[in-house]
Design a binder for this molecule. Structure first.
Ligand code: GDP
Length: 347
């Protein structure tokens, strides 16, 4: 994507703070760009936006494809817009192949919402590692908050670690499920349920309503045996219909708002955000070190030989590690390593 006009970082920030959607979108494009120059500008913008960020309600949503996430976000989002809120919908989908339209691929999946001027919908950044995509989304959250979005929804499909990743950047995590009796529940990973602050059985309408209520009760029963996702908060199961809108308003008013009020009141959310920021820092440190190590000419030059030696049992694994680290450190000290890896780099 080409930027139509080159703004200075200050102009970007000014535009973002005014809530200019075009400028916000362009800044997000910079955040998502793999180009080093773009990343440098993006980092400057983010830093200037940080003091204006952090004041939103951050909600994560997950569920299998077809659970009704986008339909629910559409209904839920329209309710929020009517309440006078400004909503940003972002996605994390490392498996993203746009053609499959697996997630937020096209805005038509949120038809009503995409026409609202107070809704900012941003599809998942094009495929990359989960870590890379997650970093872009975290930074996009900062920009959206600075632009005045008071509610951020981060959507993900359950692939690999993506639920854990989204959990690590939101205050409240919602799991959308379907009816489907025992086997569905069996297949549901306990770990994912333990991340959720609420579970909602969607499509509780028409013939399906009764079954949805039964399913809700089953989830409720299982939840009793699971670890709670948030201190002092008991996760419950609910039903809703994104079609009829039943249960949507209640989900916001009675669950999420109550959660936010309690969490900010008792310090749990302040602590959660602090921990999230710190773990974000160290995740990036790890990525950066990882990149430096594997791209070091010193490592590339000796890796094969050391691997051979360790495989045939000539040296132990521990010795191999020691050797690799020593060579890396020596190369670092002597400046042999090319500094083509930056903490901002997207891989
Ligand atoms: P996602 O893949 O989780 O985003 O699921 P979608 O929102 O695309 O929904 C999958 C399908 O379920 C679509 O055909 C929707 O029209 C349908 N659907 C979504 N919500 C409801 C609902 O509340 N009731 C009924 N009956 N169908 C729904």
């Amino acid at each position: 994507k080409k930027l139509r006009r080159e703004y200075t970082p200050s102009e970007f920030v000014e535009g973002i703070l005014k809530g200019n959607i075009t400028i916000l979108s362009q800044a997000v494009t910079l955040v998502e760009s793999a180009k080093y120059e773009h990343q440098q500008i993006a980092q400057e913008i983010i830093e200037k936006c940080l003091p204006h960020a952090g004041k939103s309600v951050r909600i994560g949503i997950t569920g299998v494809p077809g659970a009704g996430k986008s339909t629910s976000i559409d209904a839920f989002g329209m309710h929020l817009i009517k309440e006078g809120r400004k909503l940003a919908v972002l996605a994390i989908d490392p498996s993203s192949e746009r053609s499959k339209g697996s997630i937020l691929g096209d805005k038509t999946r949120m038809e009503a919402l995409s026409r609202e001027k107070n809704a900012f919908i941003r599809p998942s950044p094009s495929a990359g590692s989960l870590g890379g995509v997650a970093r872009k989304t975290r930074e996009t959250i900062v920009l959206c908050e600075a632009a005045g979005y008071d509610t951020i929804l981060v959507e993900t499909v359950g692939v690999g670690q993506s639920e854990t990743t989204v959990r690590s950047m939101v205050d409240f995590f919602l799991l959308v499920v379907l009816t489907g009796a025992g086997d569905e529940l069996q297949g549901m990973k306990k770990g994912v349920m333990e991340l959720a602050d609420a579970i909602v059985v969607n499509k509780a309408d028409g013939d399906n309503k009764q079954r949805a209520m039964v399913t809700r009760a089953e989830y409720e029963r299982i939840l009793q045996f699971l670890r709670q996702a948030t201190e002092n908060w008991t996760t419950h199961a609910y039903t809703c219909s994104a079609y009829t809108g039943a249960g949507i308003m209640e989900l916001w008013n009675d669950v999420i708002e109550a959660f936010m009020k309690q969490g900010w009141g008792n310090g749990v959310l302040a602590e959660r955000r602090k921990q999230q920021t710190l773990s974000w820092v160290y995740t990036m440190v790890e990525e950066h070190l990882h990149n430096l190590f594997y791209r070091s000419p010193a490592i590339i030059g000796c890796k094969e030989e050391i691997e051979r030696e360790v495989v045939v049992g000539k040296i132990s694994a521990t010795m191999a590690v020691q050797d690799l680290i020593n060579r890396f450190a020596a190369a670092e000290l002597s400046g042999v390593n090319v500094k083509d890896s930056s903490p901002f780099e997207i891989k």
